[in-house]
Every structure is written in structure tokens, then in C-alpha cells.
Write a protein that binds this ligand. Structure first.
Ligand code: KG4
Ligand code: ZN
Length: 356
């Protein structure tokens, strides 16, 4: 079964073709980073206009890369929420139009559910190391850590698209904190990959940043205080202008900030795995690209199978949406053409959200 997926919840216009929920035949992404760079963050109105300008060619490109015609597509999948409303609407309305015109099912997917499904897709192997040509092996539950610019949440995944939310950030998402501290010291946008790269040159113990909420016995996160501690440390050093160009100080600051984020993410994942007696962890979302985090997981996750999707499936993409939608389809949970985008669609609303 071939599903064409469409994703436009934030600043990436994406389309992909995925076979039987596993094999990625194409994965087109138009990033708006160059457009939003000069503002240091995503400007919603500009983002929705850019989606409108991009969507036709991105969908055409995804079909062309997959070497399939629109007439061969069996269903259209789309991210229904959460996200920026103007952005979501572009994808949802476009998907509706295609599904109605082609008279094929419309399948809506919750964005984080898509991220949490991303370990099961791939071009040859999935992130668990299983060939996507093979029938999927029996499902084993796992702890999913979704870390991106918009979200930081942990969930127990009991079956495909069956989630028990465990915790989430009480304020900033971890990627958002990366982006904000990078902006604060003038590194550029998006800050995550830049801070990651610079951290490799720094001393992670140079500055003692807090490990927020590790004192609490739950799975919630908080990154806003860590961001403020970073800003206070910069002030102590004379301010952002004073340290500009000082590669050693900047590398030490970045490495120390990154170490704090990693400690929190790794420790809370450990606790969730232990509490639920599980040995499988999937880390997904843009921050899962982080090289420091990947190295820490390899080192500190003993006897745990860790799934880390390829970077192209970590950052926002439509392949994860088309993949997840296969299970929406097999559950018979098609959406009507009256379905609406939802800014705050809940992970647990996935089933209900399928209908309307
Ligand atoms: O999943 P994504 O593309 O979009 C959202 O759903 O938010 O994630 C983008 C976020 C940005 O905040 C970006 O700075 C962060 O992921 N990111 C990283 C890295 N690569 C992307 N953060 C830390 N280290 C990285 N290597
Ligand atoms: Zn995302």
C-alpha cells in the first residue's frame, strides 16, 4: 500500500511516499530556515505563506522521487496538529483536496505520534536495525522520548499509535532552549546544530548549570530555568558582546549547557525504562540529531536497545506521517473531508482525532 504523507505543522514543508508503513520511497523537505534566519525564529504568518508557495512542488517532487504517479497512491496522510494554525491549514486543506479529487482515504496523524513512529521507517533498515523489506517483527513496547524545537515529552508506546503519556516540558522545549541560548550569544539560527558542533571543543564541566527537575520523581521537564542560568553566567562574564569571538569561553558555555540537557534526558529515560521494566528506548525529534546526546546514549544505556532514526527522519518530515498513517488506515480510522486542523491536538487524542 502506498501512502503519500504531507507535513506542514511548523517551518518545514514536507511530502513523502511510504510503502506499507515501513519503506520510505521518497522524503522531500523544503526547509524555511533561510527565510526565518534573519528573525532568529519562526514567524508564523511568513511560514504559512511559504508553505503555500512550496507545497505543490514538494508533493510533485516526492511523487517523482518515488517514481509513482498520483493515480498509484492509495491514501493521503496529513499532520492535523499540534502546530501553527496557518501552517497546519495549508497541509490539511491540500491533503483534503487531493483525497477528494482522487476519491481515496484521508488519514490524519498527530505530529508527535508521527515522531514516535519514526523508528519504524527507513529506506533499507529501520532505526531498530530491522530490514523494511521484512514484515515488521512482533511489536515490543518502548519508551519514546520526543525532543524537538516544539516539544519535549516522554511516552510509553504500548502498540503502534497507542501511547501512555508519561511527562512533558512545563515550559520551553529542549530544542527551543538550544535555539534561545544560541541567539543570546549571537551564534545564529537554528541554534541546536551550532551549539552541538561547538560543544565538541568545550569542557562540559566548565560551568555548573542546573539539571532541572531531576530532584522530582516524575517524567516532566523544564528547560526555561536552565536557559536563564546560561544567561546569568553570560552576564557574569561581562555580557554577550564581551564574550563574542572568545572561542574558548563560548565552547565551554555550550558544552556545559549541552551536558546539563543530556544528563536530564538520559537520566529521566533511565528512570522511565526502569519503572516500566522495559529495555527499548527510542529518541526522536530534531534534538535526537544531537551528537553529544547520541554519544551519551551509547555510553550510558547499558543493556538497552536504543533506536535513533536517521537525521532526515528526526527533524520534521512527512515520511513519519505517511508511515504512522498506515496504522490509522488498518484501524479503519479514516478522516472525513470536514476534518479540521487542531493547534493543540493531544497525543492521546490520536484515535479520536482520526475521526473528526
Ligand atoms: O523536529 P524539528 O525539526 O521541529 C520541531 O518539531 O520542533 O526540531 C527542530 C529543533 C530545533 O530547535 C533545532 O535547534 C533542534 O531541533 N536541533 C538540534 C540539533 N539538530 C536540530 N538540537 C540539538 N542538537 C542538534 N544537533
Ligand atoms: Zn516535530
Amino acid at each position: 500500500m502506498l501512502i503519500l504523507g504531507i507535513e506542514s505543522s511548523c517551518d518545514e514543508t514536507a511530502a513523502a511516499v511510504v510503502e506499507d508503513g515501513r519503506r520510505v520511497l521518497s522524503n522531500r523537505i523544503a526547509s524555511q530556515v533561510p527565510i526565518h534566519q534573519r528573525y532568529g525564529g519562526v514567524v508564523p504568518e511568513i511560514a504559512s505563506r511559504a508553505h503555500l508557495e512550496q507545497i505543490v512542488q514538494i508533493v510533485d517532487g516526492a511523487l517523482a522521487d518515488a517514481k509513482v504517479a498520483l493515480s498509484e497512491i492509495d491514501a493521503i496522510a496529513v499532520t492535523r496538529g499540534p502546530g501553527l494554525i496557518g501552517c497546519l491549514l495549508v497541509g490539511v486543506e491540500f491533503a483534503k483536496g487531493l483525497a477528494v479529487a482522487r476519491r481515496i482515504p484521508l488519514l490524519s496523524v498527530q505530529h508527535i505520534a508521527g515522531h514516535l513512529y519514526s523508528p519504524f521507517i527507513g529506506r533499507e533498515r529501520d532505526a531498530w536495525g530491522v530490514s523494511v523489506a521484512d514484515p515488521a517483527p512482533p511489536f515490543q513496547p518502548y519508551i519514546g522520548l520526543a525532543v524537538s524545537g516544539g516539544h519535549s515529552s516522554m511516552a510509553l508506546v504500548r502498540a503502534p499509535l497507542t501511547f501512555e503519556p508519561l511527562g512533558e516540558t512545563l515550559d520551553d522545549a529542549v530544542g527551543e532552549a538550544y535555539d534561545k541560548i544560541a541567539k543570546h550569544i549571537g551564534l545564529g539560527y537554528p541554534g541546536g546544530p551550532l551549539v552541538d558542533r561547538i560543544s565538541a571543543q568545550g569542557n562540559p564541566r566548565a560551568y555548573a548549570f542546573p539539571r532541572p527537575l531531576l530532584n522530582r520523581d516524575d517524567y516532566d521537564f523544564s528547560f526555561s530555568g536552565l536557559k536563564s542560568s546560561f544567561a546569568r553566567e553570560v552576564e557574569k562574564l561581562g555580557g554577550a558582546d564581551a564574550i563574542r569571538g572568545d572561542e574558548k569561553i563560548i565552547a565551554d558555555l555550550c558544552a556545559s549547557f549541552q551536558a546539563a540537557c543530556i544528563d536530564v534526558l538520559v537520566e529521566k529515560s533511565h528512570r522511565a525504562l526502569r519503572a516500566h521494566r522495559l529495555t527499548r528506548l527510542a529518541v526522536v525529534g530534531g534534538v535526537a540529531c544531537n551528537r553529544g546526546l547520541r554519544a551519551a546514549l551509547a555510553l550510558r544505556m547499558k543493556n538497552i536497545t536504543v533506536a535513533l532514526p536517521e537525521p532526515e527522519f528526526c527533524t520534521d518530515n512527512a515520511a513519519m506521517i505517511a508511515g504512522a498513517a498506515f496504522h490509522v488506515y488498518t484501524a479503519g480510522a479514516h478522516s472525513e473531508p470536514t476534518v479540521n486542523a487542531r493547534v493543540g491536538l493531544e497525543l492521546t487524542a490520536t484515535a479520536a482525532g482520526w475521526q473528526q
